[in-house]
Design a protein around this ligand. Structure first.
Ligand code: TUI
Length: 314
């Protein structure tokens, strides 16, 4: 059995989080992951409070295990969402795409474990000083909004910079990835792309097919010119966006090009106009499985690898 202190901290069986994917990570997926012994996470994304409350209700009807909420700090509704997690007594809040500093005290006072996603050592240090409960260090291999530093380089540097437990994200989809980040000092993992193809994930089937058919070089990052690079699967939308970034169009026009594209991918499955966020590890993901199958297979493999890890030690 694989157990790390993060399991005890959060009351979960396996040290694995499901990524809070915007338009994808709903109450049904979060409950399936939590029921399988991981930490399911509902994405509050850009939606208002009604959507989040509805998804929390759905999850609570499907599981009595703990689950978390991912708060995207660029959301226009972030203030109200920050209060909803307190009112709803959500045990774990994961934040992304910014600095959650101004909300941390309010959440800790409500007995919420606060776990910010960081993409740099500087942010990890800031979050440690601000009283975070743990840190998710996310490498640039991830899907969605990404930093520059790879998981391989980020995890050991973040681990050296903090006394908090570190959860690794970006480029992990099997027991080899989990074992590798444990070796780098992480105590847990967060997986997004792998859970996107979970049977309990309600994302459009075209989206799942795109991930299942992807190769190692199927993703591209766009949005660097606007200061928030985003990794997605290459398609007409991402290729046009990439070209537009290097053209003379204004930043406002560029920003407008992206509006609605995540919804078009996740809900409509629009292959041409949708933005199919995905990590680079998509090339290794070839089958749909239940959340339980995903988690159990990953940790069986992790256990085998870690037990045999001294084979080169003579
Ligand atoms: O947040 C994510 N991934 C996301 S958010 C998202 S929705 C979106 N849609 C359009 C454009 C941009 C986003 C899709 N995927 N991952 C966590 C993450 N957080 N990655 C990087 C960061 C991050 C970046 C900057 C965390 C902190 C930070 O601090 C900046 C500061 O304020 O100093």
């Amino acid at each position: 059995m694989i157990k790390t202190p993060i399991c005890e901290l959060l009351g979960i069986k396996y040290p694995i989080f499901q990524g809070g994917m915007a338009w994808i990570a709903d109450g049904k997926l979060a409950a399936a992951v939590s029921n399988a012994g991981g930490l399911g996470i509902i994405s509050a994304m850009n939606a208002g409070t009604d959507y989040l409350k509805e998804q929390i209700d759905i999850a609570r009807n499907l599981t009595d295990k703990p689950f978390g909420v991912n708060i995207m700090l660029m959301s226009p509704h972030v203030e109200e969402i920050a209060q909803i997690v307190v009112d709803e007594k959500i045990p774990v809040v994961v934040t992304g795409a910014g600095n959650p500093g101004k909300y941390i005290k309010q959440w800790l006072d409500a007995d919420i474990k606060v776990i910010p996603v960081v993409a740099s050592v500087a942010m990890a240090k800031l979050m440690t000083r601000a009283g975070a409960s743990a840190i998710i260090a996310e490498g640039g291999e991830s899907g969605g909004h990404v930093g520059d530093v790879t998981t391989m380089c980020l995890i050991p540097q973040v681990c050296d910079s903090t006394t908090l437990p570190v959860i690794a994200a970006g480029g992990i989809a099997d027991g080899r990835g989990v074992s590798a980040v444990f070796m780098l000092g992480a105590q847990g993992v967060q997986l997004g792309t792998k859970f996107l193809v979970a049977k309990e994930c309600s994302v459009h089937q075209n989206y799942k097919e795109k991930v299942l058919k992807a190769t190692d070089i199927s993703t591209i990052t766009t949005g660097k010119r606007l200061g928030h690079p985003v990794r997605s699967i290459k398609n007409p939308f991402s290729r046009d966006y990439f070209k537009a970034e290097y053209s003379s169009i204004s930043e406002e026009e560029l920003e407008a090009m992206g509006v609605g594209s995540l919804r078009l991918a996740a809900i409509e499955g629009d292959e041409k106009k949708g933005c199919f966020l995905s990590g680079q590890i998509a090339g290794m993901i070839t089958k749909e499985q239940t959340a339980k199958e995903i988690i159990e297979e990953i940790f069986e493999e992790t256990e085998k690898i870690l037990k045999g890890a001294n084979k080169w030690v003579k």
